[in-house]
Design a protein around this ligand. Structure first.
Ligand code: WTA
Length: 686
């Protein structure tokens, strides 16, 4: 291995060795029905036509009032889109479809227990339920435009109903992934200043009815400890006629059953609030390089235009399609591509409560067969799991996808090919969509009827997105150079987040400071957006995303900050230091591996290890559980005392640790290596 490769024990170093893959063509049948077959779209969205080109996306929506300024850069780099325009997201996703699609399923909900009936909500029913919930939020919960609400719910139809009810009023929702702990929810509620928390008593996961309300009680306490009073907790019920979280009684005056309150609002209608295009629609917290997650603030008009445009052209959603995205609405994929994008296009969006492999590896394909799903959207980690659990299952079911999406992490070409041949039965096009919580919608992807697919590559940039790959000095790396660098987007786009809630400085320093050409400039050309991913561009212009360059680990498509995990471990009082590194995993892409050093005089024990794991589960959630927790005598450190995570990552992944002689304590490296790998030197050097 060369010096350079040793120095970067990152996904980049591993992935750059992938070989070039061949192309796969979309079928004539797909092209014949596709929404976007006009290659000229890339000219229409060229930089010469920027920013006006994005009117094409905005025109997919219904506006109360057209905007005067397409892009306002006066507060750079907090971009404002469609300024002067008035719009409502709930109106666009619900009301406007009633004339033509009132009796069509907006949402089909599939409960995890297979014996429970599916629930189909027509657009008319969605309209009624969103209105009644909006009336409740306004009246009983005293919420008004601009207030924030934290929503901590599983995958049930009441979740999009709640979101759309908030959107109707201009109440900013902050949905926290249901699998996150009560503490994680409470911290986010405090950061966003939510006085209302909306939750559910429980839900099914892997065959078990889980108590979810207990997390709300913790969340309220944690928010209070951070100075935020949550005075109202609205509790949806998994079964309307019972309460399945008896161990966590309803708190008098604070907690209310939504279904009880709703009785007062039967038949109520609430006019959608005509909001400025740049009014925030929601916050979505995501992990960064410090312990505190960032509340990415998304706009109403720009975000919805971008989610709708990309859903139409890249997801190829037509109103008569049955579209199923298996993501969780608690992540950005669920916001943009289960709720806002598909519903803005009057699609039928399928929601599934449970885990894909329950009760067996055929479940997903049975759902697809039963509902005649024709567009399927999931993450590489799920594809890997389904492939491992039942490589031959898809062939047993009579479903036909025209289109499939992969999102969230790089997909290995081998896994891609199984997805294409077996899941897609060789018929479906695949789009590998690269984007982020911050970006609102896709940044790179093939346009499914216009470009051939290439396994492992996200493809070219989306129309109107103009990336470049830069080296550390900001010099561009040419396509085909075979060298990885930092991918940046040179121009703003409507789906981009507006700021980090309450922390503009962090927004600027994390995403714009690195390549900013002039911090005083009001010209967008001086502010390339830095997403924090490494990438290479092939001679054909396709981008291959290699992974994060910051302290974030992508676990099964979910971003976890290493600092968040490390701070959680530090809650255990015996722990002196903690370091988390990514360990390559066959199914989940990456998993965290944790190293801890204890305070002087404390003996390592299994009990301490268990307490550390428990701390991570309660501080963050079970998805963050490390694969291994190694209690080591000391951390490898530089002379200035910085923990060398790179060395630990090499040990975890059985890669060459490189030259460690300049460390303050080089001898510890071999000691840690023996603990982790045993005494097998061939594994070390091989
Ligand atoms: C990674 C999920 C490779 C990337 C939508 C990004 C990907 C992070 C892809 C964002 C892809 C997302 N290929 N890597 N198609 N899509 N990523 O915020 O590192 O949960 O920065 O948004 O996932 O994760 P987030």
């Amino acid at each position: 291995m060369s010096e350079k490769e040793i120095a970067e024990v990152s996904e980049a170093a591993i992935a750059v060795h992938w070989q070039e893959e061949g192309y796969f063509q979309p079928s004539a049948k797909f092209i014949a029905q596709a929404n976007m077959t006009d290659t000229n779209i890339y000219n229409r969205f060229s930089l010469d036509n920027f920013p006006e080109c994005f009117k094409e996306y905005a025109d997919l929506l219904s506006w109360y009032k057209y905007w005067e300024t397409t892009l306002d850069t006066s507060d750079a780099p907090c971009w404002k889109w469609f300024v002067g325009g008035k719009i409502n997201a709930s109106y666009n996703c619900v009301d406007r479809h009633l004339a033509q699609h009132k009796n069509k399923a907006a949402i089909i909900w599939v409960p995890e227990p297979e014996e429970e009936a599916h629930v189909a909500l027509t657009y008319q029913e969605l309209y009624v339920r969103v209105n009644e919930m909006a009336a409740l939020l306004q009246d009983a919960a005293k919420l008004k435009t601009g207030d924030r609400v934290t929503i901590h719910m599983p995958m049930v139809p009441e979740l999009p109903i709640t979101m759309l009810a908030c959107a109707r009023l201009g109440v900013i929702h902050s949905v926290v992934f249901g699998g996150f702990s009560g503490r994680a929810c409470g911290e986010r509620a405090a950061d966003s200043g939510s006085r209302v928390l909306i939750t559910m008593d429980g839900y099914y996961r892997n065959g078990t009815l889980i108590n979810h309300k207990e997390k709300a009680d913790t969340a309220v306490a944690v928010a209070a400890s951070e100075g935020q009073t949550v005075d109202t907790v609205l509790v949806w019920q998994r079964y309307q006629d019972k309460y399945i979280a008896e161990e966590n009684p309803m708190v008098e005056g604070r907690d209310h059953f939504v279904y009880d309150l709703l009785k007062q609002y039967r038949g109520k209608r609430v006019d959608p609030v005509q909001l400025p295009a740049e009014a925030p629609l929601f916050l979505m917290y995501t992990s960064g390089t410090t312990g505190r997650p960032k509340g990415c603030q998304h706009s109403t008009g720009g975000y919805l235009a971008y989610a709708a445009g990309t859903s139409k052209f890249v997801q190829d959603i037509h109103p008569n399609d049955v579209y199923w995205c298996m993501a969780d609405i608690g992540w950005i994929t669920g916001h943009s591509y289960i709720v806002y994008g598909p519903l803005a296009l009057a699609a039928t969006s399928v929601m599934y409560e449970g885990v894909p492999g329950f009760p067996d590896a055929g479940r997903a394909w049975r759902i697809a067969e039963q509902l005649d799903v024709n567009i399927f959207h999931t993450a590489p980690t799920t594809v890997r799991m389904l492939r491992k659990a039942g490589p031959d299952e898809p062939a047993k079911y009579n479903y036909h996808f025209k289109h499939m999406t992969t999102v969230g992490e790089p997909i290995e070409p081998e896994v891609w090919r199984w997805y294409h041949e077996v899941v897609g039965k060789g018929e479906a096009v695949i789009v590998d969509t690269w984007w982020q919580t911050e970006t609102g919608g896709f940044l790179c992807s093939t346009m499914p009827a216009l470009h051939p697919m290439k396994p492992g590559s996200a493809g070219p940039a989306m129309p109107g997105i103009h990336p470049a790959i830069l080296d550390e000095n900001g010099d561009p790396i040419k396509s085909g150079a075979g060298v990885a660098g930092n991918i940046v987007i040179q121009n703003p786009w409507p789906g981009a987040f507006q700021t980090i809630w309450g922390n503009r400085d962090r927004y600027v320093s994390t995403y714009y400071a690195k390549y900013c050409k002039n911090p005083d400039s009001k010209d967008w050309r001086d502010w390339p957006y830095f997403p924090g991913d490494a990438a290479v561009q092939a001679p054909d212009g396709y981008f291959r995303i290699l992974g994060r360059v910051d302290d974030v680990i992508n676990v099964a498509g979910h971003r976890l900050g290493t600092k968040e995990l490390e701070s959680a471990a530090m809650v255990v009082q015996e722990v002196a230091e903690a370091a988390v590194v990514p360990l390559a995993d066959e199914l989940r892409g990456k998993v965290p591996d944790m190293y801890v050093a204890l305070k002087p005089g404390i003996e390592p024990s299994e009990a301490i290890r268990q307490r550390i794991i428990h701390a991570i589960e309660t501080e963050i959630g079970k998805i963050a559980r490390p694969r291994n927790v190694y209690i080591v005598p000391d951390m490898p450190k530089t002379r200035s005392g910085k923990i060398m995570r790179r060395v630990l990552a090499s040990i975890s992944n059985r890669a060459d640790v490189g030259d460690v002689t300049t460390l303050a304590n080089p001898e510890i490296v071999e000691e840690v290596r023996r603990m982790v790998q045993g005494d097998d030197d061939s594994a070390f050097y091989g």
